[in-house]
Design a protein. Structure first.
Length: 71
């Protein structure tokens, strides 16, 4: 388990510790989803955003992209 102490500033912004950002693969500008479990007071933090944006270019091959007609 990775943990740390986060600090909340006057504007309500939270500074996430580097170890946690690294473990989640978060970078500047990334969005995160925060979920609060009211029964036990725990919060869950998870990367959020478009699957398309996170996986764009992942299957890029050495050849140029073909149109539907060319395929």
């Amino acid at each position: 388990m990775v943990g740390g102490v986060a600090v909340i500033d006057r504007q309500g912004k939270v500074m996430i510790p580097g170890k946690i950002r690294e473990a989640l693969g978060l970078r500047e500008g990334d969005r995160v989803e925060v979920t609060l479990e009211l029964e036990n007071g725990h919060a869950r933090l998870a990367p959020s955003g478009s699957v398309v944006a996170r996986t764009a270019g992942m299957l890029k091959g050495p050849r140029p992209v073909l149109s539907a007609e060319e395929l």
